[in-house]
Design a protein around this ligand. Sequence first.
Ligand SMILES: [Fe+2]
Length: 544
Amino acid sequence: MRVLGINAIFHDPAAALVVDGRVVAAAEEERFSRRKHGKRPVPFSAWEQPVEAARWCLRQAGLTPDQIDLVGYSYDPSLVLPPEEMGIDDTWDHLRTMYAKEAPGFIADALPGLDRDKVRFVPHHVAHAASGGLAVSTAEPRSVLVCDGRGERASHLSGRYDGGRLEVLAGQRLPHSLGLMYEDLTSHLGFLRSSDEYKVMALASYGKPRFLDRLRAAVRATDDGGFVTEPIDWEELAPRRRADEDWTSAHADLAASVQRRLEEVLLDLARWLHERTGDRILTMAGGTALNCVANTVLHREGPFEKVWVQPAAGDAGTALGAALHVAATEGEPLEPMPGADLGRGFTDEEIERALRTARLPYERPADLADTVAEVLAGDGIVAWFQGRAEYGPRALGHRSLLAHPGRKANLERLNDVKGREQFRPVAPMVLLERAPEIFARGPLPSPYMLFVHDVAPQWQDRIPAVVHVDGTARVQTVDPEREPRVAALLTAFERRTGLPVLVNTSLNTAGRPIVDDIKDVLECFGATPIDLLAIGPFVVRRRP
Ligand SMILES: [Fe+2]
């Protein structure tokens, strides 16, 4: 059975394809359209479908639209309530609902030959839940926790998967929403809401949670498995920051307070869920699950033995979740997702042809890993473009910008290359077998950069570029079985420097999506001070 999944309702439009229970393709529309997050999450944009991503998914599998058996669309307009009943202030929400109802027609228009009656509406949080509980690699029953800004009428789901079947145990209705609370704070702190929440998380580590009591009074778990989020007067706690203003300790303290309260409430939700299921494994999705600091608290202090987070935890992941849910509902046995590299890839021939067209002088080194390691060891910055692009917001060694972790200045240098704020950390990738001696108090392996680890004291001075102000690092562990090319590079770098670690950040510049195809990376290379481009088996050097 061939099931296409579509997310189009708020932001991060994406498509995914599940064939005979196997995830064969998943990609975000932003990687094709080159518009970050695909679109703004306003009702007026809800009609737009991830047209290019969906067409690519079909091409990747060699299918035509008429060969698709079912489509899962990650929003069910029949669940929406009037805005006043949901307590949300959006006079245009009915437009979103109307566009959602018409989505089967929009999708059929975009994919001529597809029968619109094949489109199934999947409740938003069920789609998120499936991207966790049906994608994880386990046969045992597992709990699932979903938190985001909002779906149709809710902002949370707690439940359990046994086989392919979801049992919903709790759900919190709007207007209460941990995700919207965090988005409101993001906007108050001068960042872009439903986009820059990770900046608030980074800022939190510079502050003290001195407003925690106020937050505890306004935001709390309830004994039915849900929670309350009362409106908060942010202005009373810290002044609104304009985007071009410097942040102060009041801003950092407010970020720290909200971050801490979010962690506490998530812990309460996880404990409530565990009391009912007794499961060993917790899977998570929803935008809040991209908060790797909170994920780590759940791993450390929560009742579950293992926490698994969908790498595309934001709304993009609901495309995959909707497809998995529809396939499971049809009784299809499912395979776990193999990794996050579910996007576009290119053959060596395609890459070489593009390099020739661009008249770029390139080499094909006998030992790619060692050639790249030499440049990194000499403190060069490397654009690393290998294999299939990542699904989700993290670069995981397929579309990455790499640097030497031993030079503290490389943090500033990379933030400058990318045009990012200087308070934002860059992350390390590390050989899986070496990770335990360097990174502690976080889950290992950690292949998707969704948790933070403490950097062992004896290593903090050796890899200063990747140690955040609070002594932590957001680690990606690299398993040679799964990622042989990245592992070979780490090994070659260690041979030269004694460090089995590299700085890894996403290959893009500020405000732009991660590069996806060959042209994107050549444009990025041409416009930024990158010393070496490693693309497939080829390298292109910056000419002096
Ligand atoms: Fe969502």
